[in-house]
Design a protein around this ligand. Sequence first.
Ligand code: PLP
Length: 824
Amino acid sequence: MMDAGNTAYDNRIESLRQDEFPVLRDQVYLDHAGTTLYAKSLIDKFSADMTSNLFGNPHSASLSSQTSTSRIEDIRLRVLQFFNADPSEFDLIFVANATAGIKLVAEAFRSNPLGFDYLYHQACHTSLVGVREEATNSLCLDDSAVLQWLGGTNPIPESGHYDRPALFAYPAQSNMDGCRFPLDWSDKLRRSALISGRPVFTLLDAAAFVATSPLDLGNSETAPDFTVLSFYKIFGFPDLGGLIVRRQAAPVFQSRKYFGGGTVDMVVCLREQWHAPKTQALHESLEDGTLPVHSIVALDSALDVHRQLFKSMGDVSFHTSFLSQRLHDGLTALRHGNGQPVCAMYSQPPLASKRLDSPLGNGPVVAFNLQNHLGSWISLAEFEKLAVLKQFHVRTGGLCNPGGIARSLGLEPWEMKRNFSTGFRCGTENDIMGGKPTGVIRVSLGAMSTISDVDKFIAFVAEFYRTESIHEPALRITTPVHQDLPGLYVESITIYPIKSCGGFRIPTRTTWEVRTEGLAWDREWCLVHRGTGQALSQKRHPRMALIRPAIDFTNGQLQVSYRGPSEQGLAEISVPLSANPGVFQANTTSKPMASRVCGEEISAQIYTSSKVNDFFSTALGVPCALARFPPGGLGKNMRHAKAHLQKHQKVNRKIQNKMPCQFPGIDTPPDSDSESERQRILLSNESPILAINLSSLEALNRHIVEQGGKRISAEVFRANIVIGSLTSGPQPFAYSEDHWSSLRIGQQDFKMLGSCRRCHMVCIDQETAEKSEEPFITLTKTRRFDGKVFFGTHMCHIPSSSTGTKEAQFPTVTVGDSVLVDPT
Ligand SMILES: *Cc1c(COP(=O)(O)O)cnc(C)c1O
């Protein structure tokens, strides 16, 4: 299957990659359907163009203005020629992106006095689906409904409005699975409309298709009326879109009501409101406001460099099809030891089957999901964590393609609504619901992809997701330990006063208060982004580990220092521990921006001191402010734990049923009892207290060292309580915490709330803020259950029922306290 022509072209790409795409050195970029990459020559050429020409606003009359105008007109023609579109038959309207082109078409149709009927194919991108909200009637069609329509059956019942136009939208290629649809549908529809006498227009979404294929609009009689695309998907740059209009369909825009600067010849205001739209060229009347001059100019360089590096779109198409066939074959061939496939494929192979008599095959996109050897699904969020760590760039999730996802995954509307009502949102971590995935993994190829990218990805999936022998370590469940574990004690206690920043170790012999929300002063502060209100996380900003808060009871202050490399004179700062209202932003009627922690809206108090906020902003290089979320709040001043027991944990069922859980199963909706039992937390991610067991760390380190890695320290897990064991040597208690149901630490009782799910944040060295692959890689190989990775255990304090004792009034824990495990 690999012939000399394929490999010769691939070698050529491989050799230009170093100079043209230096950023790809250690990265495997496989998200070309998201955006492809721009070449260095493109940026150099554009930069030379920009610095050697004077470009004015095209709406003026100066020489620089004329330069811009004539360049734009030349480029407009050049782009039309790129699609073999005759400028006397087509016009090109520059828009921000494909979506803006779609909206411009929708805007014209919705202003039609008779309204319009909208029909869209199931594989449509969200941006096309949204048009239905403007339509009089709308209908989503699958392949067979389209074929019936082409055969003469009108899918929208006649209602006497024979003049009401219909708009049919479909993608030339699905952005989800690369499926291509016949380009002659527009022609066939036009013919059938001639018979029925009803005006039908076609909107072709070519955004995904043109990225790797030639689009030929040579025959204006058969071409779609409206074609939208985004140039960044072809060239990587500029960020610009285009709407190509067949001139015969141009009258549709006459009903458009809005007019913007540049689109009118005269406007009269005040008493007689009147305006005259520009009539010479269609694009003049549709390009509202100042054109993105520099982006359009960049298209010139983009077209030149693309041809120089990749020859023609035909070559790109050939190359990407070849790679995608290899990728499809490689993933399909992966089998677990028991013969079960590793990948459930949703894309057709590019060269083999051709659907719907379309000669085009499938685009270079492979959509799939991973399954373990027993057929259970691997969580997308989990896959992504590992992929990010291994420097693969792919897309996961719903991919802005609701109809395509529902078809591939067999999700019925009621299931999607149920998932929504039980907390599923675009981008959440709980992505397996009701035993089905809620999204897919999409790997997509582009002009600068190579055989090596494809092979690396297949090897990655094989290494981490294929189970050779049935005795995969991840599925071996340690037998519950039913005897008391002798010699367990509290090795250290750490709090993290500012969420995601460094820890503060509680000195030995210091008693530390424990509350229902967790250890005193733990995650009571956070840093919020000034633009978005989102709480910052170390996952995105590893340098947060170098911000070191300390609780200073002598002076009543939270003291913060920064241990960054050579950070010029960042003095320490401090804020009072007492919550003096004067230091926070006033709660004015103009509602302050909502803060968000893990996507959840909270109302935090933001500090006003610019000295304090500048300290953090400078240390991190992110505009942020310190915020406080004190205990005892109500409503948005309060949060609840999300931790719950996992399936791999064999803990007494009776206790499990009483566990607090944010996303309760469908069968057991939350009742008032379980509501009242939900544990309060401050700004920690999931639960009041996180504990780890050093015996488990020892077991993990043994695995890492066996693979030639370096031991990792307990700090990376950012636990509150580290439990050590006095027995040395082989660790009989490794991972016994999975099966504990409660603990007694010193005089205090704690309830276990379930294992802690991990992400690649555990790879950040808390001393240096440097990132490595471990321990996440070894955890995925040894501690993966149901496709998720776990280490450590969530827990909460159980207030004592006896009253009057000192321990009940002011519960505390101390380093060195003995730890007793309740044998369930
Ligand atoms: C990318 C894409 C879009 C959206 O493009 P924008 O540039 O985000 O407007 C629409 N449809 C398809 C098929 C796409 O691939």
